[in-house]
Design a protein around this ligand. Structure first.
Ligand code: ZN
Length: 63
């Protein structure tokens, strides 16, 4: 079974969309991924539903 899902997220800094690979075997995870366009760390908050659907929210690190 393939537990990896590609999800398109939008960079909170430069609004560029990019793809992240989500491991759906983990119900909840948070980590930072560098935006390929502006090189800033985008915080990803990922929740996987019982159906295996990944929902990804983004957050900027500097407020
Ligand atoms: Zn960016």
């Amino acid at each position: 079974m393939n537990t990896e899902q590609t999800v398109v997220v939008k960079c909170p800094y430069c609004a560029q969309e990019f793809e992240v690979l989500v491991d759906c075997s983990i119900e909840h995870q948070e980590y930072a991924e560098e935006c390929g366009t502006c090189d800033r760390p985008v915080e990803l908050i990922i929740d996987v539903s019982p159906e295996g659907e990944a929902a990804v929210r983004t957050r900027s690190e500097d407020v």
